[in-house]
Design a protein around this ligand. Structure first.
Ligand code: CA
Length: 227
């Protein structure tokens, strides 16, 4: 899963990024409201952590514009201010949750799990399920019955994206941006290579789930066929 952090206090932004990366999330950083909005408008993120007091455009304006463009990515707002009015403004603007600084990292992680769970269908025990597959988000283990394989970071991110979209098609471009990010020079065939690794792992697991290719478009999972 990929998280966007929009926070102008660079030390805090980096601390959050380190924490999320240690918990197997991919992270992009923006340090002001406008670039945060530009990034968030791509719709590739599973959640946005958004500070309220930002140079240029504040967090309320960012979330309002996002919702105005029908981007439904869950937004967790962060602020040093604990006024009830601010919380109401944030939630009215379209944020999903509100956390007041300073907060405990465990509380932040619980919030991230909660808001992404709603979005991506992550079930109890922090797992994603599709067909006979279970993907443990904490350990990057992909399980099928009694068999399991550990996925590499990129394999994990691709599989999580596919599983959270179920049978819906995920475009190659979405996979490239959400797994490799903007600044990467990765190309379509990087995606193809990892898809082939994943297919081998599905075969090893003897899963009935397979990854189908829609030529020139993308991939989706399908249940029932032998991998
Ligand atoms: Ca700030």
């Amino acid at each position: 899963m990929r998280i966007l952090i929009v926070e102008d206090e660079r030390r805090l932004a980096q601390t959050l990024a380190d924490l999320l990366e240690a918990n197997h999330y991919a992270v992009d950083l923006s340090y002001d409201g406008e670039s945060g909005l530009d990034n968030a408008l791509t719709g590739i993120y599973d959640a946005v952590i958004l500070d309220v007091m930002l140079p240029g455009m504040d967090g309320f304006a960012v979330v309002r514009k996002l919702r105005g463009e029908s981007i439904k990515t869950p937004v967790l707002m962060l602020t040093a201010r604990a006024d009830t009015e601010d919380k109401v403004n944030g939630l009215d603007a379209g944020a999903d949750y509100y956390l007041t600084k300073p907060f405990h990292t465990q509380e932040l992680m619980a919030c991230i799990r909660a808001i992404t769970r709603r979005q991506t269908g992550v079930g109890d025990n922090n797992t994603l399920c599709f067909g006979d597959l279970r993907l443990e988000l904490g350990s990057c283990l992909l399980l099928c019955g009694v068999k399991s394989v550990r996925l590499s970071r990129k394999e994990f991110e691709i599989m999580a994206k596919l599983m959270s979209n179920g049978a819906q098609v995920v475009t190659k471009e979405t996979l490239l941006l959400s797994v490799w990010g903007y600044e990467s020079s990765a190309e379509d065939n990087n995606v193809e290579v990892y898809i082939s690794f994943l297919r081998k792992k599905l075969h090893h697991l003897k899963s009935t789930v397979s990854i189908r290719t829609l030529r020139m478009i993308g991939y989706h999972l399908e249940e029932g066929a032998k991998a």
